[in-house]
Design a protein around this ligand. Structure first.
Ligand code: TXA
Ligand code: MG
Length: 316
């Protein structure tokens, strides 16, 4: 049972950041901007705070959280580091990359963060407000995307407020998120380096850094029927549409007539930035359905198609 809270919208000023840091140190939840999407942050060493993250999102407690850190040294204190992690960190941290690594003994994180696994997901966000907040609070921040579980991810403070107002202490307003899709998650395991979720770092770029293909990357998009529903707008979503049916709106890509175009010039990076705002906007129009034009699986297109396939998956 949750107590309703008066959620404060904090400006990105010194005072706003100081207030957000104070709330986090006190075990409260603050939504903060990162370059990918807004995160719902709590002190990763405080089990009460972490438990309230799951509660505020309505997230099943077996789905582990990402821990956000200010620097690589803090990461090395938590996990058993390796050479491939170092190579990826040198090239892509801070940035839209999350690495899953084996936990080190005496790590001090709440066991709720990892949902009992012996690995943990770590990320160094590049967003200047996220970095300042981590430094000023002194907290390692457990932060899933700041949306109710299963709903469209938030890329503005307004999206966060619409989904979580009354359930969290504050939102730090940093404007729109420049990458627009969640981080790419890579498992940097002893025996393999595996793509766990496509995201804001293109798979091609990660593979170029490693000089080797990622396990799991060539497996493509699983049939939508096998995907659990996620990122779900109110309307049904129909992929690879070449024309629209009665009552549908069209989410376009490349030069075409449509309701909202993700990128007229056909750029997957621009399309990723526009994806979640477009879904929020189309959803607000309450159409009968959302038809989506084909989007290539290259660059950030892989992450876009992953999110859209989940949005199109049958709801439970
Ligand atoms: O860009 C992002 O990654 C955003 C921002 C806020 O940082 N965060 C985000 O968190 O997308 P979330 O909770 O929505 O997604 C985290 C994903 C989940 O699918 C979870 O299952 C996976 O990371 N994950 C976390 N810990 C893991 C672990 N030890 N092994 C495998 N997967 C893990
Ligand atoms: Mg999420």
């Amino acid at each position: 049972t949750m107590v309703a809270q008066d959620t404060q919208l904090l400006p990105p000023s010194d005072e706003g950041i100081a207030r957000a840091a104070q709330l986090l140190r006190a075990g409260q939840l603050v939504a903060l901007p990162t370059e990918t999407v807004y995160g719902l942050a709590g002190d990763a060493r405080n089990s009460d705070a972490v438990a309230s993250i799951y509660e505020a999102k309505g997230r099943p407690s077996f789905n582990p959280l990402i821990v956000h850190l200010p620097d690589v040294d803090s990461a090395k204190e938590l996990v058993i580091w390796n050479e491939r992690a170092q190579v990826l960190a040198d090239a892509h941290w801070p940035g839209p990359l999350t690495m899953v690594l084996p936990l080190r003994e005496g790590h001090g994180l709440s066991p709720l963060v990892t949902a009992g696994l012996d690995t943990v997901a770590l990320r160094l966000p590049a967003h200047p407000l996220a970095r300042r907040l981590m430094r000023e609070s002194g907290c390692a921040l457990a932060a899933p995307s700041a949306n109710p579980s299963g709903k469209i991810s938030p890329t503005t403070a307004t999206h966060v407020m619409a989904g979580l107002s009354g359930r969290i202490a504050a939102v730090l307003d940093g404007g729109a998120c420049p990458v627009g899709v969640e981080s790419t998650i890579i498992g940097v395991y002893d025996d393999e380096t595996r793509l766990l979720r496509p995201g804001g770092l293109a798979v091609e770029d990660a593979e170029a850094t490693l000089g080797a293909p990622l396990a799991g990357a060539g497996e493509g998009i699983i049939a939508p029927g096998q995907l659990t529903s996620h990122y779900a707008p109110g309307a049904s979503v129909r992929l690879n549409a070449t024309s629209i049916q009665a009552g549908e709106v069209l989410l376009g890509f490349g030069p075409m007539a449509c309701t909202i175009n993700l990128s007229e010039k056909g750029d997957t990076r621009e399309a990723a930035m526009n994806l979640f705002p477009a879904l929020h906007q189309l959803d607000a129009m309450q159409p009968k359905g959302i038809a989506v034009a084909p989007i290539p699986n290259t660059g950030l297109g892989l992450a876009i198609n992953d999110r859209l396939s989940r949005a199109a998956a049958p709801r439970d």
